[in-house]
Design a protein around this ligand. Structure first.
Ligand SMILES: *Cc1c(COP(=O)(O)O)cnc(C)c1O
Length: 426
């Protein structure tokens, strides 16, 4: 019989570490990854037939739940018309028209096949448009796996980052300056020194990759002001927050308008899609109109566009985010109450369908605070929840994802499991 353990052993013989994306190997929590056979609505089933209430949601895309009939129908219909053309198709224009209508500053869109490609292309565009080389990123923000973004703060007073991955030459990240999220002074200092050399600041406006952190009041507006003053572009990487914290993403929530936005995850409804979007005067620096090269064999793939369109139809329905936020809010309130009852330094928060839980007394405001979690306690909590049939992202530094398929009964079942798990680890 096929078990998670036997399948992991099998996979490890042919896939590096048994996986195709590092975090799936469960290294941060230990134990055996679950091999998923099937998913529907709020649930996933592993190869042993065990059902989980899923708060991973494929790391964000599945905001309408797994295998939503409308999305599956749209994908099936598109598939009958052909899987890929490598030539323009109408669904690309339709999805781009939606984005232009949703975001006031967005006049042109370029689709890619992943979030990584979108951010990588956004950096190239910002550099080509401004004719400057330096970029600013924040420690703890994740923008995919492009070389120049795999950087952490350098030691001491050094503004230049050092690579976080082997295989990234120090020379490649020489132009990447690293600042601290929610610390405007750290950005001001970089602009004071390198102002006229900085092409762009790239930021997750509501970071979901150092668990969920909310921007301090005035922080994003401060970035906007610094970028405008120094002629640098502000890039909001909304691959995770877009269409998840609100229909209009974090930029709608905070009322700060970036120059360029990157999207992914929800916009593909579970198919591989990324997007880069902004005003025509910037976007038209890109090929075929401008000198900044960008291309992709499967970009704007008709099946992926169909999944994105069907998902936007679902989440654009009146009241969708009110209902999603209210139900997710009940889960968060219940988790906080359970932690208080257990007398545990543990808490949770959410914005729309993006949520975080922390082995901390209060929600963190910085990367340093996220790193200060009681990791051993989180691991024990994690496995108690998994054993109880609750699938959370397998790491204390990841956010978790709520969908419209999660029912009140799912929330109750999750809270029952959490109360027992928190008591057990207290
Ligand atoms: C997931 C993510 C990416 C990378 O997207 P991929 O599709 O995995 O390449 C980039 N930025 C943010 C904010 C993300 O959450």
């Amino acid at each position: 019989m096929s078990t998670n353990a036997s399948e992991f052993e099998r996979a490890a013989k042919v896939l590096v570490g048994g996986v195709n994306s590092a975090v799936r190997a469960f290294r941060a929590v230990g134990g055996t990854p679950r091999f998923i056979a099937r998913a529907e609505g709020a649930y996933m089933w592993d190869v042993e037939g065990r059902r989980y209430i899923d708060y991973l949601g494929s790391w964000g895309p599945m905001i309408a739940g797994h295998s939503h009939p409308q999305v599956v129908e749209a994908v099936t219909r598109a598939a009958r018309d052909g899987l890929s053309f490598g030539a323009p198709n109408l669904r690309e224009s339709e999805l781009a028209e939606r984005l232009c209508a949703m975001f006031p500053q967005v006049e042109r869109v370029r689709f890619t096949s992943s979030g990584t490609e979108a951010t990588m292309s956004a950096l190239r565009l910002a550099r080509g448009f401004t004719k400057r080389d330096r970029i600013v990123k924040f420690e703890g923000c994740y923008h995919g796996t492009a070389d120049s973004l795999l950087v952490k703060a350098g030691s001491g007073a050094l503004a230049f980052g050092s690579p976080t991955s082997a295989g990234v030459p120090a020379d490649v990240v020489r132009h990447t300056l690293v600042a601290q999220f929610n610390d405007l002074a750290s950005v001001q200092a970089l602009f004071a020194q390198y102002g006229d050399e900085i092409a762009c600041v790239i930021v997750e406006p509501m970071p979901g990759n150092m668990n969920l952190i909310l921007p301090a009041p005035g922080f994003l507006a401060g970035l906007r002001e610094l970028c405008s003053r120094h002629g640098a572009l502000l890039i909001f990487d909304e691959v995770m927050s877009g269409f998840r914290v609100a229909l209009g993403g974090a930029q709608e929530k905070v009322g700060v308008v970036p120059d360029l936005s990157t999207f992914g995850k929800v916009i593909g409804g579970g198919m591989p899609v990324g997007a880069l979007a902004g005003p025509a005067r910037i976007m038209e620096s890109m090929a075929p109109l401008g000198p900044v090269y960008q291309a992709g064999t499967l970009s704007g793939n008709p099946i992926a566009m169909a999944a994105g369109l069907a998902t936007l139809d679902l989440i654009g329905a009146p009241g969708f985010f009110d209902r999603l936020g209210a139900r997710c809010g009940r889960l968060i309130d219940g988790l906080n109450a359970a932690a208080r009852e257990a007398g545990l330094a543990f808490c949770a928060q959410h914005v729309g369908g993006l949520a975080g839980m922390y082995a901390l007394a209060t929600p963190p405001n910085s990367f340093t605070q996220v790193q200060g979690q009681d990791v051993e306690r989180f691991k024990r909590f994690y496995h108690l929840m998994l054993d109880a049939g609750i699938y959370l992202p397998p790491s204390p530094v990841e956010a978790f994802f709520f969908s419209s398929a999660h029912s009140e009964a799912d929330v109750d079942a999750t809270l029952d499991a959490a109360r027992a798990a928190l008591r057990a680890v207290a």
